[in-house]
Design a protein around this ligand. Sequence first.
Ligand code: ACM
Length: 679
Amino acid sequence: MALGVAVVALVATVTGAGDRPPLMPWPASIEQTGGELAIGPGFRVRAEGGGRVVARAAARFEGRLARQTGLVLPPPGPATGPPALAIRCEASGDAGLPHLGMDESYTLEVTPEGAVLRAPEAWGVLRGLETFLQMVTPGAEGLRVPAVVIEDAPRFPWRGLLLDSGRHFMPIEVVERTLDGLAAVKMNVLHWHLTEDQGFRVESRRYPRLQELGSDGRYYTQDEIRRVIAYAADRGIRVVPEFDIPGHTTSWFVGHPELATLPGPYTIDRHWGIRDPAMDPTREGVYTFLDAFLGEMASLFPDEFLHIGGDEVNGNHWDASEAVAAFKKEKGLADNHDLQAHFNARVSAIVTAHGKQMMGWDEILHPDLPRETVVQSWRGAESLARAAEQGFRGVLSNGYYVDLMQPAARHYAVEPYAKGADELSAAARARILGGEACMWAEYVNAETVDSRVWPRTAAIAERFWSPREVSDVEDMYARLEATSRWLEWLGLEHRTGYRRMLQRLAGERHEELRELADVVEPLEGYRRGDTGEYTSFTPLNRLVDAARPESQVARRFSLDVEALLADPDRAAGREEIRARLAAWQGLEGRLRSLLEGSGMLRELVPLAAEVSRLAGVGLEALGFVEEGSVAPEPWRAQSVLLLEEPDERPHALEVAFRPAVLRLFDAAQGETSSPGGQR
Ligand code: ACM
C-alpha cells in the first residue's frame, strides 16, 4: 500500500501535472477511463482517408514520436498485427486548403490495447495527433498515454498569431518553427505582417523596387512564401498576409516615392513609433499601383482574406499637403478619418475585385464599408462589439499582445466576446470569429521571438479553443509549464535560448547570472522604449532580452507568500520563503565582481542591489509576521525608503518578486487582506 502511494506521487512529480494529461488547449470533453497505452519500440500508425494531408501528418507524427520518446520505431513496411494508433478520416479525398470554418473536430479513444483517432476531415486528424503527442508522458512503467475518451472541437473558428516580420525580419526557419508551435496548440491562422516603415518583406515581381530598396535585402521570395503557405496548410494553418496601408508605409516609398503624400526622397525608417509618411489618397496612380500590387499578392496568397492594416495614421503628412486639403474640400470629407474611409472604400473595391475579403484594424470601421469586411480590434474590446452589432465580423487582439510582456494569466482572462457574450445579440456573437495573439517586433528578433511567443501563446490558444468554463488559473499554469517543455521537441528555442543568451553575457558564470535572471522581468507595456535610444540596429542581446516575460520563480514565491499569510503557522512554507529571501539578499554580494567587471552586465549593478534590498525588507517583514507582532514605526519608515522604485531603469527590467515583498511588508503592519488582482 505504502509502495503504491509512493509510485503515484513519483508519477505526479515526473509529469508535473498530476495524473491528468498535461493538455493545452484542454479538450471540450475528456474522460479518463483508467489504465494506459504503453509507447514502445513496436509502435505503429496506420492512416485511412484524409488524402495527402493525413498521409503526411502520419509520417510527421512518427518522426516526432521517435524524437520525443527516443525510441527507434519500426521502419516502414508491411505491418504485422494491429497498429497502436489507427487514424480514420471520413473524408477520403484531398482536403484542399485550410479555410475559415473548416471542420477541426475529432474523437480520440485510447485504451491499453491501442488508440483510434476519428475525424470527419483531415483538419481534425491534425488536431487529434497533437493531443496524442502531448499525452505521451513518463509513467510508472515507462512512456505511455493514459487511457481516455476525448471528443473535441474548437470554440472559435479563427485562432491566430500575428507575426511581425516587418520591424525585425524573421527568417523562414523561424516562421516554420512558429507554425509548428501554432499547430501544436491547435491554432489555425498565421497573420503575417509583411510590410512596415522599417521593411518591405515580400518579393513583388511587378514592382521589384519595393523589396529591392525597401528591405536591406531581407525579404521573402515568392518561392519562399509559397513554401511557407504549403508548410502551414499541411498543418491546418491559414496564412493571412497583411500589407499595412496607408500608414506604416515608409519602406514602400524608398523605391516608389510617387505613392507618398509628400515628395521624397525616402529612406528605410530605423526608428519605432507612429511615423508621419502616408500614402496619398488623392492620387489615382496610387490606386492603379495598389490594384496591380494587391492583385499580385492575391494570387500569391490563396487565403480568402487579405489584411490591409489601416492602423495608426497620424495624418501629419496629409495635413501638410495642399493637394490633400483641396481633395477633402472637393469630396466633402470633413476630416482625416473620412479621408481614410474614402481610401479604404477604394481599396476594398480593389481587394474584392481580386476575389478576397478585406480585413483591417479597427480604425477602418466605417458605416460605408461592405459588411464582408473583417475588423480586427486592437485598441479596445468595445470596438469589436460595436463592429459586430453593426454587422461586421470581428477578431479580437486587444488583450492578447504578447509584446507587452504581461503574465499568461492576464491574457488567459480575456474573453473574445469582450463585452460579455450575454450582452451581445446572438447575431453579433456569431460574427465574432475568434482572436489573435500579436507578436509585434520592435524589441524582438529571430533570436528572441520564441521566448516572447512561447509558452504564453499556448494559454491564449486555450482561450480560443477550449470551453469558456476552462478557466482555472493554477491548473492552466501547471499545464502551461508541461506544454512549454513539450514545445521544445519541435525545435522551438524559448527555453534553450535563455541559457544560451545567459552564457553569452556571463560565460562560465552564467549559472550565477541566472539567479538574477530568474527573478526579473522586462518592463511591462512599452516602457522599454523610454529607457534608451532604440532603432532597428540596436542589438537585442542584453539581460532584458534573455529574461522571461513572466518569472515562474516569482510567481510561485508569490503563491507561497499568500499561502503563508492565509495560515501563518505553516512552518514548511515559512522556511522555503526564508531560504529564498536569504538567497536573494545575498545576490548583490555574490554577483558584484561579475557585474562590475563586464561591459554587458554593468548596467545590472543597481538591479542586483534592488533585489537584495527588497529581499532584506522581506526577511525582516517575515520575522514580524512569524512573531505575530506589528512592526514598529521606525522600521516601517526606513523600509519604505528601501522599497522605493528607482527613478530610472536603464536595464529595462523590474524585480518580479516585488509585489510579494510588498505583501509581506503590509502583513508586518497587520494588514493581511488579500490583494485585489493577480500577483
Ligand atoms: C497596432 O497595434 N497598431 C495594430
